[in-house]
Write a protein that binds this ligand. Structure first.
Ligand code: ZN
Length: 703
């Protein structure tokens, strides 16, 4: 590992932040970003940094403040605002206490803050307060975890680092760790850093660069020892497969997602689902296929800090019955049951005596290793699943090296459990959002069009992750960017799909399974129009309209149901039908007939799928012209003709249609989205129904 320190960049950081926050804070932000930029040092909100600096008070005197990273903030993008600012003196004095209960510590961390708007301070704040140095940096470097998670770890670390670095055993996080680290420093004041086994590294100094360079130097020394000692071959091959991991992943993902859904006890919405992040890098598949995979799955994560994301062990099936869906489901179900009882046993055994009980967590796995297919990592959002996946991949790589050296030995289960059930650690997960489509995946066809875009936006606002498909995938990029900007990275994904082509539709659903684990809602939305009286209708034009509007609806429903059934969690199919089905107009035979066919198909599907808990409903919308710069393709086709036949200019059409409905309403894509959310959230026990979204058009009343 090399130092990334660059004097010109450090000067730029001072230029940017020193005027408002002071020179030392600017340098601490810079060093924090350097540490955060190295994924071999910290992952996702891991690690923390601090600086002690003067802060003028309202009375004109100057206090010494501790600027410490906010809990859960990512170091690589941190700004001065990402630091909590606290009164140093009263926090430092807490060291005089023999013990400090978590609620008292939480009180102190809140009480001593200068700014009501600051983020919650890092759970390791007291450690930063107790050390006297101006700059303190902490990471969970891979190399240290690799060495310290070995039976011979202490000796290896001492050999790599020499006498100027103190090596401590694992110590419970929070107040006990803070006291132990400062005591170790006081016993050896020339120490350049302190390693806490199975946790990480602390370095400190009175200038920003020295503390950083020491950090990198210590990690580099560990990396060098590993490079010198690790054998070339890390694991023993066991499982062999000629199938592509991607094909196997699409088989397993929906079954797993179904098995990992927690029961809510609510009859209308019986499941709390999870989202998948699947990994199959070459080395990950190699480790999962190895003879050691069972041991890797059974062993704890690299540091107890990860357990809240990954659980203390992973699910593993040695020989998955690929190609035999029912057998595979039985294998996975049995493994989940076994996992849950093992987890319950772990909680019973190790949670006792942990003080105030934190929120009881579910007993379902977050990580599953399947030979042939790779690692399946789940979370409440795609983002959480990605975090679990990054920790899992780093874990497999590090475990493989440690195993090949002297063996892998994680922190004791009581430490894992204490961390998993530490209220301050659980707080990092945040309060789950309560929106109607939270944790659901909505698959939308024709998503680049005006209505598809509107539906996607409303579903994302309702908490869903959205899969946007269209024959024109280029146009989807902007929709994905808009949704991710508003709702977070990973909330939307796009893929090209031709609704008239069965392999294309099947492929898109399988890809959705690989990206999110499965789907919960299918919105059949892709459609085209053609204007011609029946007597002049060209057969080729009829076939084209039927292919998209009817065959496309059929293929989308059929392939969607195959995924919904594999998952076994019920689901919703919503067909964007048309007011024309009940209230046809002239010259619109191809469109109306194709929509009526799709509508009838939906009713039949409602009958056939009810036993699976899958509901099928239709939305009849009328006259939606466009949405925030996305013009309606349908109106581009039919608008000129409709305007001409009514003696109107094209731009007079929206007003004309508005005047035609009972409510004088301008119907928008957002209204269709609201109807989708209504059906998808199971607000009423309804299937086979039609909901008009048209402002009230008497001749199109459903009957
Ligand atoms: Zn830590």
């Amino acid at each position: 590992m090399r130092s990334r320190w660059n004097d010109a960049e450090a000067a730029a950081a001072i230029e940017r932040w020193a005027a408002a926050h002071g020179r030392d804070v600017a340098l601490c932000v810079y060093a924090s970003r350097l540490i955060g930029a190295d994924t071999n040092l910290v992952l996702h909100g891991g690690g923390n940094t601090s600086v002690k600096a003067p802060l003028p008070t309202l009375f004109g005197d100057v206090a010494t403040a501790l600027f410490v990273k906010g809990s859960g903030c990512d170091l690589d993008r941190i700004e001065p605002g990402g630091f909590a600012v606290l009164q140093l003196a009263p926090l430092a004095r807490l060291r005089e206490l023999d013990s400090l209960a978590d609620p008292d510590m939480a009180d102190q961390l809140r009480l001593q803050q200068f700014h009501a708007s600051s983020p919650a301070p890092s759970v390791e704040t007291l450690l930063h307060a107790f050390l006297v140095h101006r700059f303190v940096y902490h990471s969970h470097a891979d190399a240290l975890l690799c060495l310290s998670n070995q039976p011979a770890g202490r000796g290896l670390l001492e050999e790599a680092l020499g006498p100027r670095v103190v090596v401590l055993p694992y110590i419970t996080a929070g107040f006990p760790l803070a006291k132990a680290v400062v005591r170790a420093y006081e016993q050896q004041p020339d120490a350049e850093g302190i390693v806490v086994a199975k946790h990480g590294l602390f370095t400190f100094a009175d200038d920003a660069r020295t503390a950083y360079e020491r950090h990198i130097g210590i990690v580099d020394a560990c990396e060098r020892l590993i490079a010198a000692r690790r054998p070339d071959r890390l694991v023993t091959p066991r499982y062999r497969s000629t199938a592509a991991p991607a094909d196997l992943a699409a088989q397993a993902a929906p079954i797993l997602r179904g098995l990992l859904a927690e029961r809510t006890g609510d009859e209308d919405n019986p499941y709390r689902r999870l989202l998948l992040d699947w990994r199959a890098d070459d080395d990950v598949v190699e480790y999962v296929n190895s003879a050691e995979a069972a041991a890797f799955a059974a062993s704890g994560p690299l540091t107890p800090d990860y357990v809240i994301r990954t659980k203390p062990f992973a699910l593993y099936v040695a020989d998955p019955a690929w190609g035999d869906t029912e057998r595979l489901r039985e294998q996975l179900a049995a493994a989940v049951t076994e996992f849950s009882s093992r987890y319950e046993q772990y909680v019973r055994e190790f949670l006792a005596g942990q003080g105030a009980p934190a929120t009881r967590l579910d007993a379902l796995p977050r990580v599953t290793l399947l030979p042939g297919a790779g690692a399946f990592c789940f979370g409440r959002t795609k983002r959480e699943a990605q975090i679990a996946a990054d920790m899992t991949v780093q874990g497999l790589r590090t475990k493989a090296i440690a195993h090949a050296m002297t063996g892998y030995e994680a922190a004791a289960p009581e430490h894992m459990c204490a961390m998993e059930y530490w209220s301050l650690q659980q707080a990092k997960l945040g309060t789950p959002a309560d929106r109607p489509l939270e944790r659901q995946v909505v698959f939308i066809t024709g998503a680049a069009g005006a209505i598809g875009y509107g539906v996607a936006k409303v579903c994302a606002e309702a908490g869903a992750h959205v899969v946007l498909t269209d024959i024109d995938a280029q146009r989807l990029g902007r929709v994905v960017a808009t949704i991710e900007a508003a709702h977070g990275v990973g909330t939307a994904t796009a893929m090209a799909m031709d609704v008239t082509d069965a392999p294309s539709v099947r492929g898109a659903f399988l890809e959705a399974c690989r990206r999110f684990g499965g789907i919960d809602v299918v919105v059949v939305n892709a459609g085209i129009a053609h204007v011609a009286p029946v007597v002049d209708l060209d057969q080729a034009d009829l076939d084209r309209v039927m292919a998209v509007n009817f065959t496309g609806a059929f293929l989308t429903v059929r392939e969607g149901v195959r995924v919904l059934r594999a998952q076994g969690l019920g689901g919703n199919i919503i067909i964007n039908s048309s007011k024309n089905v009940f209230g046809p107009g002239k010259d619109f035979g191809a469109y109306s007939a194709s929509k009526a066919a799709g509508h009838q198909l939906g009713k039949v599907a409602a009958i056939e799928l009810a036993a699976d808990g899958i509901r099928v409903n239709m939305i009849n919308a009328d006259a939606i012209f466009g949405e925030e710069g996305v013009a309606s393709g349908l109106w581009a086709t039919v608008g000129p003709d409709r305007a001409r036949s009514r003696g109107l200019a094209l731009d007079e059409l929206p007003e004309y249609y508005r005047g035609r409905n009972l409510l004088r309403a301008r119907v928008t894509a957002r209204h269709v989205g609201n109807a989708v959310v209504f059906f998808a959230s199971n607000r009423t026990p309804t299937t086979g129904a039609t909901l008009p979204v048209d402002g009230g058009v008497v001749e199109a009343f459903p009957r």
